[in-house]
Write a protein that binds this ligand. Structure first.
Ligand SMILES: *Cc1c(COP(=O)(O)O)cnc(C)c1O
Length: 403
């Protein structure tokens, strides 16, 4: 990272804090414009044939053809890389674009992947339904069990170890230090729920970090984006495949992504505070058998959360005592919270994972992911905390009344 000249003092300039980086990062191509410039173009004009050849043979060119890159996309990538403390970042058309690109860049026929069972539904489907078609074998383990991911690694055969923490939707955690210590395969963490403000997996020795930037990073429900962070060599390797895969981030969505980053620290702080207050308030409610939030002492991995997370983010899940019917009744009874997929935006949302984000899983897969008919995921928005708590309290009261 380029530090400003400290004026001759020998002391290293203190690296800026995340909230400052969110404002200063990603300004390389703004040419004096305060807001990022939108390069709404598919192509650029190389000055000579030689220049064209150089650009065409570099999958990370950002001034040739926008499937490879674009200055607006680069600005977004630079901002995420700085927040994540990564040497390099590469943006994609979606979180799944990033995940599938990582899998198919590193693996070939005969490769082996170790994955945590606690994964976003689409990631699990990609690994379980599609990888075998290409001769890629996947072993799923309980990522919350100490040592399980490490023990499943087959030396010389395992190419990737993939985990998600906190995992969608049950907020299960994977030990980042243990993951980072695995030798041999590349280790990959989907850190979407935490954002770079909630944890920094690279500092634990993890090789690659993925975000669905569609969520809290963009933060306004108006951009589909994924991003991959890590050492430049590794990210470049994936970029070579990504240029052919074609899940490239659009300049317009990257602009929205960068706009989101500017306010991510304040949004994240507010959403984390609401989530903790809501989780605390609902824990004793009669309609609920369990509230899962990594910032609650009752979370089975509370100690781990304290060790590896900077803040526990804006998502929680509820286990409703009344199962599916109670879930249906809760969704119908909330007045402020909205029923929608996605997360990390301004509106407080709730969703029934078994019917939506994890609908591709069969009953056994749902059971081994810990998702029941009574599981509800909540993404806390930016409304007043008291109003959010009051809404869920009245809705849960009516769930009880309807029983
Ligand atoms: C949404 C999500 C994804 C997929 O991201 P898209 O941008 O929808 O492709 C991956 N992982 C997690 C944890 C998610 O929440």
């Amino acid at each position: 990272m380029a530090n400003k000249d400290t004026g001759g003092t020998s002391a290293q300039a203190e690296p800026h804090k995340p909230a400052t980086k969110a404002i200063t990062a990603g300004r390389t191509d703004s040419q004096g414009s305060l807001a990022p410039a939108l390069f709404q173009t598919t192509a650029f004009q190389p000055s000579t044939i030689r220049e064209a050849r150089k650009l065409a043979s570099n999958p990370r060119s950002d001034r040739f053809y926008s499937r490879y890159g674009s200055p607006t996309v680069s600005a977004f990538e630079d901002a995420v890389a700085q927040l994540e403390g990564a040497e390099s970042a590469k943006a994609f058309a979606s979180g799944m674009g990033a995940i599938s690109s990582v899998v198919f860049s590193f693996c070939m026929q005969g490769s082996h992947i170790v994955a945590s069972r606690q994964l976003f539904g689409a990631t699990r489907q990609l690994l379980e339904a599609f990888c075998p078609k290409f001769g890629i074998e996947v072993t799923f383990v309980d990522g919350t069990e100490p040592g399980a991911l490490t023990a499943a690694v087959i030396p010389g055969k395992t190419v990737l170890v993939i985990a998600e923490t906190p995992a969608n939707p049950r907020l299960d955690l994977v030990d980042l230090a243990e993951l980072g210590a695995i030798q041999g395969p590349f280790t990959v963490v989907d850190s979407t729920f935490a954002t770079p403000l909630g944890q920094l997996p690279l500092t634990f020795g993890v090789d690659l970090v993925i975000h669905s930037a569609t969520k809290a990073i963009s933060g306004h429900n108006d951009a589909m984006l994924g991003v991959l962070c890590g050492e430049k060599d590794l990210v470049d390797m994936v970029a070579g495949f990504a240029a052919l895969q074609g899940a490239c981030a659009s300049p317009a969505d990257s602009l929205n992504g960068l706009r989101g980053i500017r306010t991510l620290p304040v949004r994240f702080r507010q959403q984390s505070a609401t989530a903790l207050a809501l989780a605390t308030a609902l824990e004793a409610h009669e309609a609920i058998s369990e509230v899962r939030y990594p910032g609650l002492e009752s979370h089975p991995q509370y100690e781990l959360a304290q060790r590896q997370m900077i803040a526990t983010a804006g998502l929680l899940s509820l286990e409703l005592a009344g199962g599916f019917d109670a879930g249906e009744s809760l969704v119908e009874s909330v007045k402020l919270a909205l029923h929608a997929p996605s997360l990390g935006g301004p509106e407080t949302l709730l969703i029934h994972p078994a019917s939506t984000t994890h609908a591709s899983l069969d009953e056994d897969q749902l059971a081994d992911s810990g998702i029941t008919p009574g599981t509800i995921r909540i993404s806390c928005g930016l409304e007043d905390t008291d109003d959010v708590i009051a809404d869920f309290t009245q809705a849960l009261d009516s769930v009880l009344a309807e029983k």
